[in-house]
Design a protein around this ligand. Structure first.
Ligand SMILES: Cc1cc2nc3c(=O)[nH]c(=O)nc-3n(C[C@H](O)[C@H](O)[C@H](O)COP(=O)(O)O)c2cc1C
Length: 382
């Protein structure tokens, strides 16, 4: 793990949590990162999830020995980073808490901290605090993805403490190439707030950042342009890759079969296509793939005069995450009164700048010759 003369990692891996934020499956766990800056003052950069308090307190003690903590910087109050604020206040009664006005509005919702008024140091955009050889400089990042979020820059080390930005699922002892789990993390958790992320990226572009210390996932030490470009793509709702994501919901398998045929047709034209069964793939994965590719196919069985539930959940999430700027095609299946397309279209209408590729394909169980012709047509146009 990267560290330098002043900045030390004191976080912990969680290999056992099943669902992050009670909804995202994390088969390779997650890390809760926390850092201590050991300078003339000792500064802790965020605490940690309650599940790893003991390990974190031991890590901190190992780095600072008997020296007391002077400051705790609170980047935001989400419990996976803030659960130990009260505990740290008890251990270090003279410690000051650094946050912004909104941090201190919200802090009493979580903890009763004795003497909070004397402990708090309220910072605003651009404020600086000297801690010895180094300086902490604060930049507000409201709604990335909580209202009180702020990031901290240490100009002397060219290090950015980026809060949840540039984070990912997966523990630090699991190597996976970063991008897939960072995409799933970003688009599901922060995806709705593209505009606010764009504002933060604009602010950061004026800083000489060479190291990014996020609150989940590895410290980023090289090739930062790659990560920043991806964040720029994701937050501007642009596709990352030309290709078609075919998301289907099927009860008996006919729609699944048609989705597979469409994939073959698209690939036959030399284009990239990926298929996902929405009843089996986690919706967070399907959301990440929908954002990754330039075109989306929504294919579903009809269900009780509407659309199959796994498709409806996916559509609700797409709208919620501000999904936009894509080509979209619709396929419905219904053996007696097809109703899926009407519902799907209602959701697509709520998304910005979507181009519907026609015709809408209606299957009545098995695909017909006519269906195959229609599918060939949408394969061409996607
Ligand atoms: C509970 C239930 C409700 C259904 N509701 C409808 C419906 O409203 N309209 C319709 O045409 N078919 C309905 N169907 C039938 C399926 O949509 C139809 O068999 C379709 O061809 C299934 O495609 P699949 O093989 O991809 O699952 C329903 C099936 C079930 C199990």
């Amino acid at each position: 793990m990267w560290s330098n003369t002043y900045i030390k990692y004191i976080g912990a891996n969680d290999h056992d949590l099943d669902l992050f934020e009670s909804q995202y499956p994390i088969s390779h766990g997650v890390s809760y990162n926390s850092y201590v800056i050991v300078d003339e003052k000792i500064v802790v950069m965020d605490t940690i999830d309650i599940r790893k308090s003991e390990e974190w307190l031991n890590n901190l003690a190992e780095k600072i020995g008997d020296r007391p903590v002077d400051y705790l910087v609170i980047s935001h109050l989400e419990p996976d980073h803030a659960a130990n604020i009260l505990e740290l206040c008890k251990r270090y009664p003279n410690m000051r808490l650094i946050g912004n006005a909104q941090t201190f509005n919200m802090l009493p919702n979580y903890f009763d901290i004795e003497g909070l008024n004397e402990k708090k140091v309220v910072v605003k955009e651009g404020d600086q605090i000297s801690i010895g050889k180094n300086t902490l400089q604060f930049f507000m990042a409201p709604m990335v993805h909580w209202p009180e979020v702020m990031v901290t820059y240490v100009p002397e080390e060219k290090v950015l403490f980026s809060a949840d930005a540039f984070g990912k699922f997966g523990t630090l002892d699991y190597e996976d190439g970063w991008v897939d789990e960072a995409r799933r993390y970003y688009l599901n958790i922060v995806g709705k707030y593209g505009m606010q992320v764009q504002a933060l990226l604009k602010k950061l572009s004026g800083l000489d950042v060479q190291i990014i210390c996020p609150l989940h996932g590895p410290i980023l030490t090289e090739n930062l342009g790659y990560y920043i470009n991806l964040y720029n793509t994701w937050s501007s709702y642009a596709p990352e890759e030309e290709g078609v994501f075919i998301a289907y919901s099927s009860i008996y398998g006919h729609t699944a079969h048609a989705a597979g045929l469409l994939k073959d047709m698209i690939e036959g034209l030399g284009k990239k296509a990926k298929v996902a069964d929405l009843s089996r793939v986690p919706v967070s994965q399907a959301i990440a793939d929908a954002f990754k590719y330039s075109s989306l196919v929504l294919a579903s069985a009809s269900y009780d005069g509407g659309v199959f539930p796994s498709m409806e959940l996916f559509l609700i999430e797409l709208v919620h995450k501000n999904f936009q700027n894509r080509k979209v095609a619709i396929m419905q299946n219904g053996s007696w009164g097809p109703s899926a397309a009407r519902v799907i279209q209602g959701y697509v209408d709520k998304m910005k700048n979507m181009t519907l590729v026609e015709p809408i394909v209606t299957l009545k169980a098995r695909e017909t010759e006519r269906n195959l012709e229609e599918m060939a047509q949408i394969a061409e146009e996607l």
